[in-house]
Design a protein around this ligand. Structure first.
Ligand SMILES: [Zn+2]
Length: 249
């Protein structure tokens, strides 16, 4: 992707960081700083690196399973809103899609357990480092849970859609998943503005997430419609879009 820099590669997959993240990185470091002063900045930077390292490993989890299912991994891209594994194509068979989608949260849960497991031991030698590890463990658990929300663009949305495909076809399944996703976005949106009722403030980060989730639901539905039309035009049905073909016949 344009405006991104190489960080090296993991398992032969190029890892790149988008320039916008480099602008945000000092802010992440500041928000992570467990103590004041220069030491705080050092540990804050370490925490930020740990956070984005965790995100890379989450994407590596998706990538390795996708590669085993025949996809080619173009790159893992780090953005301020998270990571993204860019593939030449997503595995389309429902079972493959479910395994690929679950691999990321599985890695996050493993990292969360590792963080909590090692934190007390490390804290004996370096309390700040121990605290940081426990904090990274907690964040990895949150990452896993958040990603399992059954809505696009989260991994749970892909699992949900893929689970519906065998029975309903990919187009209908995507439309239902997108509708559920929009519903979840509305719940997030309402939760974001609810504090206003009792004199509180709007939760802007949640409102932003609600907006992104709503957009992603629509984008995924449109993408499925394009894929379905392409299959019809090529005349090589994969069987995934039987719902559409039934309607056309
Ligand atoms: Zn993921």
């Amino acid at each position: 992707m344009a405006n991104s820099y190489s960080l090296g590669s993991v398992f032969g997959i190029p890892v790149r960081v988008h320039v916008t993240l480099l602008i945000f990185l000092p802010l992440f470091a500041l928000s992570f700083a467990p103590v004041a002063g220069l030491a705080g900045l050092f540990y804050g930077a370490l925490g930020a690196v740990g956070l984005f390292g965790s995100v890379v490993l989450h994407e590596v989890g998706h990538s390795l399973v996708a590669r085993a299912k025949g996809s080619r991994i173009l790159e893992i891209l780090l953005l301020p809103i998270g990571g993204m594994a860019r593939l030449n194509q997503l595995p389309k068979r429902p079972a493959d899609e479910i395994q690929t989608a679950l691999a990321g949260p599985a890695v996050s849960i493993a990292l969360g357990i590792a963080g909590w497991w090692f934190a007390p031991g490390v804290a004996v030698f370096n309390p700040i480092l121990g605290y940081l590890l426990a904090e990274l463990g907690r964040i990895n658990f949150i990452l896993a849970i958040f990603n399992l929300i059954p809505s696009f663009p989260m991994d749970g949305g892909r699992v949900f859609r893929a689970a519906l495909v065998p029975r309903l076809g990919r187009l209908t399944a995507t439309r239902i998943a997108a509708t559920v996703g929009r519903g979840i976005a509305w719940v997030f949106g309402i939760l974001a503005v609810l504090p206003l009722l009792h004199g509180g403030q709007i939760r802007f980060s949640l409102l932003l997430i609600a907006f992104f989730v709503h957009q992603a639901a629509g984008a995924e539905a449109r993408a499925a419609e394009w894929e379905a039309l392409e299959e019809v035009q090529r005349g090589q049905p994969s069987g995934l879009f039987d719902d559409l073909l039934r309607k056309w016949r």
